[in-house]
Design a protein around this ligand. Structure first.
Ligand SMILES: [Zn+2]
Length: 109
């Protein structure tokens, strides 16, 4: 398809953004109308849920280790049993952080 400028336009990509993960190679094309940051279960970090970064896959993915005592908290563990506090995905334009907060519990008496 030829656009108004005379250049070829990828009609399937109109209103879409390409996202990818630099650690595992997952790539998705998602409509701009979908709110939020897309996430995926990343095989490179033992299945933890990691944000996808817009662009060509040159993002930096850093896992942040939990340094607090776990005790009886209901924490999220990766497939290898490690406990992570967060993941930080950095690109030239943005930084996305997902925090793995322990599950809260309450009892009604
Ligand atoms: Zn990944």
């Amino acid at each position: 398809m030829i656009g108004a400028t005379g250049r070829a336009v990828d009609a399937m990509a109109w209103g879409m953004t390409d996202y990818s993960c630099s650690r595992c190679g997952t790539a998705r094309r998602i409509a701009d109308s979908v709110p939020g940051t897309p996430m995926h279960p990343c095989s490179a970090v033992a299945g933890m849920t990691v944000p996808l970064a817009a662009g060509d896959g040159s993002s930096k993915v850093e896992m942040v280790a939990r340094e607090d005592y776990v005790g009886t908290e209901d924490v999220q563990r990766d497939a290898d049993g490690r406990v992570w506090a967060a993941v930080r995905v950095t690109t030239d334009d943005a930084e996305h952080v997902a925090v793995y907060a322990p599950t809260a519990h309450a009892a009604l008496t």
